[in-house]
Design a protein around this ligand. Structure first.
Ligand code: NAP
Length: 264
């Protein structure tokens, strides 16, 4: 039976822009009560206004999820004010496009904190109430970077690989509990992620998709209780071909980077 988000309480982190904002609005349109979280209050308020047209009980919390205490407080607030969380969408995240030779340990830790430790902390805080009800959905937004060894993104890719691996092991642990886990692998989605400061320019020649396409794929995956969603779907084929011959894939990527350097 398809999972129906209508009437569900859905907490979406990183809902102030991009995929999270689009997803929150679509969920509200589908009848879910949505809890929105991010740091930029003004942007969250705009998204909330659009959500409330369809789902008046929706609400927002301003939180810096890089702070573990703020993550814990968010979990308590969401459980108290929404009365529980049926679906947790761990979407908040930051990019880090920086060549490995220019990385320092503090930067690697900071990206890991927001992209991996924080969603895991929130998940662990909200899981018990899902288990108590014998039903829940956890949607973790990873990235094709988790599987495709993108050049100049070692720090970011590692955080997303960690999200993927944690999610899949968790899915097995929870298999018979009624709590299901889905991992989302966006390719290149047209969002603010590519214009944030303190990042190298994005160089890969891949056509971006609009947020709506990612949102549609995530909602379809949720309805189908899919274990994973690649969007666009062809990135899943690229991941399979890499797995079939890792050395060839890495060599091909290195050659691509060389050519980009020559052409620039
Ligand atoms: N766009 C892509 O091509 C792509 C590809 C693969 C994976 N992804 C993943 O998709 C997710 C959404 O990204 P997006 O593309 O939609 O980019 P985005 O528009 O920059 O959205 C990122 C969201 O995360 C929130 N966020 C960042 N740091 C936060 C913090 N410390 N505390 C609370 N919220 C924080 C941002 O809100 P505030 O700044 O208001 O806090 C924003 O709402 C990310 O996990 C990203 O890694 C994106």
């Amino acid at each position: 039976m398809a999972y129906d988000v209508a009437g569900k309480r859905v907490l979406v982190t990183g809902a102030s822009s991009g995929i999270g904002a689009g997803l929150a609005e679509a969920l509200a349109r589908a009848g879910a009560t949505v809890g929105l979280v991010a740091r930029r209050q003004d942007r969250l308020a705009e998204v909330l206004e659009r959500c409330r047209v369809h789902s008046p009980e929706s609400r927002l919390w301003v939180a810096d999820l890089a702070d573990p205490a703020a993550v814990d407080a968010l979990a308590v607030a969401a459980m108290t004010e929404l009365g529980g969380v049926d679906v947790l969408v761990n979407n908040a995240g930051i990019p880090k496009r920086r060549h490995v030779t220019a990385l320092d340990a503090a930067t690697v830790d900071a990206v890991m904190n927001i992209n991996y430790s924080s969603p895991v902390r929130l998940t662990l805080a909200l899981l018990p109430q899902m288990l108590e009800r014998g039903e829940g959905r956890i949607v973790n937004v990873s990235s094709v970077a988790a599987t495709l060894s993108p050049p100049g993104e070692a720090a970011y890719a590692a955080t997303k690989a960690a999200v993927t691996v944690f999610s899949e092991s968790m899915a097995v642990d929870l298999w018979d509990t009624g709590v299901k886990v889905m991992v989302v692998y966006p390719g290149v989605v047209d969002t603010e992620l590519f214009t944030l400061p303190d990042n190298d320019p994005f160089v890969a020649q891949v056509e971006s998709i609009p947020v709506e396409e990612a949102v549609t794929a995530i909602l379809a995956g949720l309805a189908a209780d899919a274990a994973q969603v690649y969007v666009p779907a062809w990135f899943g084929d690229v991941a399979s071909s890499k797995a079939a011959n890792v050395e060839q894939f890495l060599a091909g990527t290195a050659e691509y980077v060389r050519q980009q350097g020559t052409n620039s």
